[in-house]
Structures are given as structure tokens and as C-alpha cells.
Write a protein that binds this ligand. Structure first.
Ligand SMILES: Cc1cc2nc3c(=O)[nH]c(=O)nc-3n(C[C@H](O)[C@H](O)[C@H](O)COP(=O)(O)OP(=O)(O)OC[C@H]3O[C@@H](n4cnc5c(N)ncnc54)[C@H](O)[C@@H]3O)c2cc1C
Length: 313
């Protein structure tokens, strides 16, 4: 029986592993199906994690030290894809691909989220080299420069507003003639003189060279006119896929309370509505979707698991 099963080896899961094992738990396993380190390993740089400031290091370099430190105190690594988590009496059963199962007294789910891609030409080629899905992470790289934003919902307009305080101009491209964002959010964007709203339009192509993105071609869907916008930053906000499938029972119902956006509802202790089940990082409600906050969540969840097990004993 595991003291704790941690699912997902990004910043939240690794930090939870560090805190649980360094806090004295002997039998903790981290299930990670891919590269240890999570989403940030796909980034070419990270500038907003305090204490780490090296422009020549990638997200993968940054997470390398985490892996060494977080496994140092006895955390075990199961390189497996978890299919489901089920509460069986007082403990949990974790089923993994291949048919094996594990039993655990507590579970911390840290499976993160994945920003959706819009699907235009060049998007994948320039992802992380001009095409971004995070204004907080990458906006500063375009200080006093014009950028393009794709999307028409609340997130797109809130992120456009954030960028408008850093960048010279923000061109928001939306495929419909009306924005889906809440009226106050839209009003705020309209009132900001350096935000320019471009409706009935899509990104036709993102283009550039070895140094990264040089610009985007915007197509008006009513007239088919193409406008060449030579902005080296393009922010795509067309939604996030929350990696929550492991929390569904065989009937397809979630085993704990979820928001209508599919995020796990937690309290300030990262405890879900199910006793012994915790959640940390991008998967939880109102996650800021930053490495530093995912790590903070992981530490809280790790400490809370220790207290929970002490009370059970
Ligand atoms: C390109 C890019 C650049 C970014 N830049 C920055 C930045 O500069 N600064 C910043 O603070 N943040 C940045 N972020 C955001 C940051 O990476 C995330 O907020 C953070 O990684 C979230 O951590 P997490 O541990 O919650 O989830 P994740 O990092 O998403 O990790 C979740 C892990 O769970 C694993 N997993 C999922 N499902 C299963 C399963 N069923 N079984 C086993 N394993 C599973 C995944 O493989 C993944 O490794 C960036 C993100 C991207 C994509």
C-alpha cells in the first residue's frame, strides 16, 4: 500500500514528491507517462521563476535540477500512464495502462492542462519561437513591440489587456463579428487605445525563419482579403484541455466536485471533495498556470497529505 500516489510529474507533482518524502513518508510513487518536468520542458526559456535567471537555458534545462532534487529523498518513479483513480473503501485504487493496479492511502492529482492549438499553417513550427499560449510567461519578450492575439473569449481579451501594458500595440483577431467575452471585459479592451479588435478574421499563416516568427497573414473570412502583419509575437487563446479523465468513473461521472470548465474544485489545502484525494497545479480551479504557483500548490498538497495520514494513524 502506497502512503501517497502522485499522478503527473510536472512542477506540482515533483514538488509534492519532494515535500512528502522529505517530510518522512517512506512509500510515495510518482506516476509520469512522459518526460519528467511537465509542460515547461517545451519552453525555450523561463524568466519568471525567482532565483533562476539564465537566458541561455531552456525549460528542459530548468527542470533538470528539479528532477535530481525531488527524487533525492526516496520518491519512486513509475513511468506509466494512469487510466483511473477510484476510491475503494478507505483507500484508492490506481489503474495504469497495461492492466496493473496500485493501492494508495492518499492521491495527489497533478496531471495539468494542455493549451489548445488553433490549427493554422506554421503554428506548430513556430510554437515556443514566437507563437505562445501564455501572456504572463512570454509577453515581456515583446516589450514595446506590436503583437497579435488570436481568440474572442474572456481569456483572450484579459490576456490582450495584460499585453497592452507591455507591448506597443495588440491586434486581437477573432473569427466572428462579435466577441464572446463578458461585456465589462470587452468594454475595457475597447477603451484601451493600443488594443485593436479585428473581427470576421482568422490567422491564415504564421511565417518566419530560423530566428523565429516574422509575422502573420490574417484573412478576412467575408472578403477573403489577406493582411500581412509583421509582428514577431502571436498569442493563441482558444482554450485549454484540462487533463481530468483519470478522475472519471466507468460511467463517465467525476469522482470529485468539478467546475463547469472541468477543473478540480479544491480548498486552500488543495483537498478535493473526496477525503484523501488532493489536487495541485494547472488542473485545479483558478490556477494561475505558472510554474511557481504549481510548485506552491504541490508543497501545500504534500504537507496536507502528511497531516491527513497522521490523523488516520
Ligand atoms: C510553451 C510553454 C511555455 C511556458 N512558459 C512558462 C513560463 O515562462 N513561466 C511559467 O511560470 N509558466 C510557463 N508555462 C506554464 C507552466 O509550464 C505550467 O503552468 C506548469 O507546468 C503547470 O504545472 P503542473 O505540474 O500543474 O502541470 P504540467 O506541467 O502540465 O504537468 C503535468 C504532467 O502530468 C503528466 N500526465 C498527464 N496525464 C497523465 C496520466 N494520465 N498519467 C501519467 N502522467 C500524466 C503529463 O505528462 C505532465 O508531465 C509555460 C507553458 C508552456 C506550454
Amino acid at each position: 500500500m502506497l502512503d501517497c500516489a502522485i499522478i503527473g510529474g510536472g512542477p506540482a507533482g515533483l514538488t509534492a514528491g519532494l515535500y512528502t518524502t522529505r517530510g518522512g513518508l517512506k512509500n510515495v510513487s510518482l506516476f509520469e507517462m512522459g518526460v519528467i518536468g511537465g509542460q515547461i520542458t517545451k519552453s525555450s526559456e523561463i524568466e519568471n521563476y525567482p532565483g533562476f535567471f539564465d537566458a541561455n537555458k531552456t525549460g528542459l534545462d530548468f527542470m533538470d535540477a528539479w528532477e535530481k532534487q525531488c527524487f533525492h529523498f526516496g520518491l519512486k518513479h513509475e513511468r506509466k500512464k494512469v487510466l483511473s483513480v477510484e476510491k475503494t473503501g478507505e483507500h484508492f485504487t490506481i489503474s495504469v495502462e497495461g492492466g496493473e493496479t496500485y493501492e494508495a492511502l492518499t492521491v495527489i492529482t497533478c496531471t495539468g492542462s494542455t493549451p489548445k492549438r488553433a490549427g493554422f499553417e506554421g503554428e506548430d513550427d513556430f510554437f515556443g519561437r514566437g507563437v505562445s499560449t501564455c501572456a504572463t510567461c512570454d509577453g515581456f519578450f515583446y516589450k514595446n513591440k506590436p503583437v497579435t492575439v488570436l481568440g474572442g473569449g474572456d481569456t483572450a481579451l484579459e490576456e490582450a489587456f495584460f499585453l497592452s501594458n507591455i507591448c506597443s500595440d495588440v491586434y486581437v483577431v477573432h473569427r466572428r463579428d462579435e466577441f464572446r467575452a463578458a461585456p465589462p471585459t470587452l468594454d475595457r479592451a475597447i477603451r484601451k487605445s493600443n488594443i485593436h479588435l479585428i473581427t470576421d478574421s482568422v490567422i491564415d499563416e504564421a511565417y518566419g525563419g530560423v530566428m523565429g516568427l516574422d509575422g502573420v497573414k490574417i484573412k478576412n473570412t467575408k472578403t477573403d482579403t489577406i493582411t500581412d502583419m509583421q509582428n514577431s509575437g502571436l498569442f493563441v487563446f482558444v482554450g485549454h484541455n484540462v487533463n481530468n479523465s483519470i478522475l472519471k468513473d466507468p460511467q463517465g461521472n467525476f469522482i470529485c466536485d468539478m467546475s463547469d470548465r472541468g477543473q478540480v474544485i479544491v480548498n486552500l489545502s488543495m483537498h478535493t471533495s473526496v477525503k484523501g484525494l488532493f489536487c495541485a497545479g494547472d488542473l485545479r480551479i483558478e490556477a494561475p498556470k505558472q510554474v511557481v504557483s504549481a510548485a506552491g500548490d504541490g508543497s501545500i498538497a504534500g504537507l496536507q497529505v502528511i497531516s491527513y495520514l497522521q490523523e488516520l494513524a
